[in-house]
Design a protein around this ligand. Structure first.
Ligand code: PMP
Ligand code: GLN
Length: 381
């Protein structure tokens, strides 16, 4: 077999977690917290497993979860979404992305995609028949420019995929860049698939602005979110896609044959959490920011050069500026095998002309884990 999927190696996240397990390493690679989300949320889920229905919920998702998602985005981002006809619950953001690509892309459609690129996008876009047009963003600020977009957009451009905040870049895309992208989407009549799973994980008082809120974008965005990131329960795989009714209708046709539905007990718990855990949600970025700063300070003390981090679970190191002359991937492979610390080489999230100088570290971890990670990284250098 040599289909698009058969030819692809195991994703870098699983590769590095596998190596971390094999070497008993401190795992600062794959993005997940070492805590387990809010206790009351897990109790709600347990209660729903024990006492609620375990049978198929409605295909678009539990009505109370769709209503809770709409209300949450109203409060947090000023959006006005109709839970009936504009929101579809999916099994994680990953399913939402697959549904969006499979439902909307026609073979030969061009899709503007930014590098570094989240691992799932390109294989799914290609399997749907889309032709990715890659735009390369550069550290340390990863800004979009008019010249880049002018080169990438063509008369065949039908879609753009924007991850904001950006994994692995750990930046929040500034309003100026969002407005620029919105302008290109409107001029080219393109649909934006907005992967905003990191929207709640934003630091230093910065605010997340959904692309959907920009002029002309309300009805040409598919906004993708994930309870896994909102509540720090990455294995829960409860996500959603929000889009105007004609888009949602097509999206739900794909969803009904991808998974049809998502476990009802987890949906019920997430609905409850969005309605009742406002305090936890407000505190979460402060707690994560403290971990970010601990890792950042530890790394600096050891002479590592740290890039700005405005959001996500990730802090990036500039290797050459840290006195490492190896490229990111060989350094990461050596660090996990010889020094017992796993990280993600950011070059893995490029397809063409990779940035090979950056190592991504995941920081929502206990202080001792972060300290051990720093010590081991220093040993690897
Ligand atoms: N998109 C991005 C940018 C992500 O970082 C992640 C999670 N790592 C996902 C999508 C997938 O989210 P989920 O686990 O809800 O499928
Ligand atoms: N999004 C997570 C990360 O960036 C990984 C998700 C996965 O392993 N598929 O590390």
């Amino acid at each position: 077999a040599n289909s698009i999927f058969a030819a692809i190696p195991t994703t870098i996240f699983e590769e590095m977690s596998g190596l971390a397990r094999a070497h008993g390493a401190v795992n600062l690679g794959q993005g997940f917290p070492d805590s387990n989300g809010p206790q009351p949320l897990r109790e709600k889920a347990a209660d729903a497993v024990l006492h609620g229905s375990g049978q198929y919920p409605p295909m678009p998702g539990l009505p109370e979860l769709r209503a809770a998602v709409a209300a949450h985005y109203g409060r947090a981002q000023g959006l006005d979404l109709n839970p009936q006809g504009e929101i579809t619950i999916t099994s994680g953001a990953t399913e939402a992305l697959a549904a969006a690509f499979f439902a909307l892309i026609e073979p030969g459609d061009e899709v503007v995609v930014f590098q570094p690129v989240y691992d799932a996008y390109l294989p799914l876009i290609r399997r749907a028949g889309g032709i990715p047009r890659l735009v390369r963003l550069s550290p340390p600020h990863w800004r979009l420019t008019r010249a880049m977009l002018e080169e990438a957009f063509t008369p065949r451009t039908r879609f753009v995929v924007l991850n904001n905040p950006i994994n692995p870049a750990a930046v929040v895309v500034p309003d100026e860049d969002l407005a620029l992208l919105a302008e290109f989407c409107v001029v080219h009549d393109a649909i934006a698939v907005c992967d905003e799973v990191w929207e709640q994980v934003v630091f230093d008082g910065l605010a997340h602005r959904p692309l959907m809120a920009f002029p002309g974008m309300r009805d040409r965005c598919v906004k993708v979110g994930s309870a896994g990131k909102i509540f720090g329960l990455t294995g829960w795989k409860v996500g959603w896609m929000c889009a105007a009714p004609p888009l949602t209708q097509a999206l739900s046709r794909a969803h009904q044959y991808l998974t049809f539905t998502t476990p009802p007990n987890l949906q019920a718990a997430v609905a409850w959490g969005l309605e009742n855990l406002g305090g936890w949600l407000a505190q979460m970025p402060h707690d994560l920011q403290r971990s970010r700063d601990r890792l950042s300070e530890g790394l600096r003390r050891e002479g590592f050069a740290v890039l700005p981090c405005q959001g996500t679970y990730f802090l990036n190191i500039d290797l050459p500026a840290s006195g490492v002359d190896e490229a990111d991937r060989p350094f990461a492979l050596r660090a996990v095998a010889q020094a017992g610390v796993a990280a993600i080489p950011v070059s893995a999230l490029f397809e063409a002309d990779p940035v090979t100088t950056i190592l991504r570290l995941c920081f929502p971890k206990a202080d001792q884990t972060l300290d051990a990670g720093v010590e081991r990284l220093a040993r690897a250098r």
